[in-house]
Each structure stands twice: as structure tokens, then as C-alpha cells.
Design a protein around this ligand. Structure first.
Ligand code: ZN
Length: 228
């Protein structure tokens, strides 16, 4: 049973932009993990970071359960996720712990520094996780595929090359997203309308009801063939 691991700066990114892909992998017989680098606790206009962080954690656990996935958390502060060796190694340890075949994360073309840093951390962490000479408590693990999610905040130069039919899990994915106050528009942006419509639009391009678009890492776009 292969594992897919979604690594996001904030829980909303994990579930709204990567959740349907994780749900589809589980639907196909795989295992799914959501790793949140922070709780996104500074994102509510009226609630305190403490109160909102607790809500976000509960929502993540509930949403993961609805999808039959696992939720894991690192404890970086929202808006202050650092790109440094400590973070690279912390995510490396989580990759070695869950042993994913596939990792999903943010695309680098983001205006949000947490998203940019998450992208960079995940790249380094995958490299470290696969390197036996990086001695940690768990043995090395090589990730085979890395994809970047279709996120309205990470849109600069985003060029999807892979479309995944998520029609079978669409309703359940919506139910999972609905665990989050921000999905319902409490923080300003209409996440619900945007990501539901995006699934419809990607489905139109893909010849199915609902789909997500993914962007492969540059290395995986290169093909080595003996015939075209
Ligand atoms: Zn975010």
C-alpha cells in the first residue's frame, strides 16, 4: 500500500489544495498523511491565535478522519516558518517516519513567505531523507514523486502537467473541507467557491466531472526514451 504525503504551510492549504488528491489516493487503496508545518493560527480576523490555532488543529484532525487519512503537525508559528537546517531535518524525519511514495507540497511561485519556505524545506527534506549518510533516528527513505498543488496563493508561473480525476471523492473531500471555518468564508476569501469551481474547471479540461491539476517537479518532466 503506497503512501501519499501532503506537506503544507497551513492546514487550509493541505486540505483545500491537496486534499482531493490525497482522498483519491486513499480511494485507490493507498494511505494518506497530511503534515502541517504550522496551524495557520494568525489567519482569523477576530479570534486570537491561541483560540484559532486550537480550532484549526481540531478541524485538521476531523477532516483527516473524514478522508481516512492521518494528520501530523510540526509546531512552527504561522507567518514565521523558517527555512533552515532545523526545519529541513524536522521534515526529513517526518518523511522517514511515514515513508511516502509521493509527496505533494506548495509551488514556489507564491507571494506568501510560509509557502515559499515550505516549498524549499520540502525539497531539501526529500533530499536529506533519501541520503543514508544523513544519520537520524530512522533509516533513509527515497520519495519517488513530487508534485506541486494548484493554490490561488502560489499561482506565479504555475504550469500544471498532470490532471487527476477526483470525481469519486469530490463529495467526501467537500465534507472534509467543511470542517474549517475559513472554508466557509470566515477569514475573507471564498475558499469554498474557489476550490469547488476549480475542480469543475479542471474536470472540464480533463474530460471528467471533477479533477485536480498538479505540476511535476522539473526533474520528473524529463523523459528518457528509445522511441518517441
Ligand atoms: Zn497558506
Amino acid at each position: 500500500m503506497s503512501t501519499i504525503m501532503a506537506i503544507a504551510a497551513h492546514p487550509g492549504d493541505g486540505f483545500f489544495t491537496m486534499g482531493a488528491t490525497v482522498a483519491q489516493h486513499i480511494h485507490n487503496g493507498g494511505r494518506g498523511v497530511f503534515l502541517n508545518l504550522s496551524l495557520g493560527e494568525k489567519g482569523h480576523p477576530t479570534l486570537s491565535p491561541e483560540a484559532y490555532g486550537a480550532l484549526q488543529q481540531q478541524a485538521s484532525e476531523k477532516a483527516a478522519k473524514i478522508l481516512g487519512a492521518e494528520a501530523a503537525f510540526l509546531t512552527y508559528r504561522d507567518a514565521e516558518i523558517p527555512w533552515n537546517e532545523e526545519a529541513n531535518l524536522a521534515v526529513c524525519d517526518q518523511i522517514r517516519r511515514f515513508k511516502p511514495l509521493i509527496v505533494l507540497t506548495h509551488w514556489s511561485g507564491s507571494w506568501h513567505k510560509d509557502h515559499q519556505n515550505c516549498h524549499a524545506i520540502v525539497r531539501d527534506a526529500i533530499f536529506y531523507a533519501g541520503l543514508p549518510a544523513i544519520a537520524r533516528s530512522l533509516p533513509a527513505h527515497s520519495v519517488e514523486h513530487l508534485y506541486f498543488a494548484d493554490n490561488w496563493e502560489d499561482a506565479a508561473n504555475y504550469q500544471p502537467d498532470t490532471y487527476l480525476d477526483t470525481s469519486a471523492v469530490y463529495d467526501n473531500w467537500l465534507k472534509a473541507c467543511d470542517a474549517f471555518p475559513m472554508w466557509r468564508g470566515e477569514t475573507g476569501f471564498r475558499y469554498n467557491d474557489y476550490y469547488r469551481s476549480l475542480a469543475v474547471m479542471r474536470g472540464c479540461l480533463s474530460g471528467c466531472q471533477y479533477a485536480v491539476a498538479l505540476m511535476s517537479s522539473a526533474e520528473e518532466r524529463v523523459r528518457h526514451v528509445k522511441a518517441l
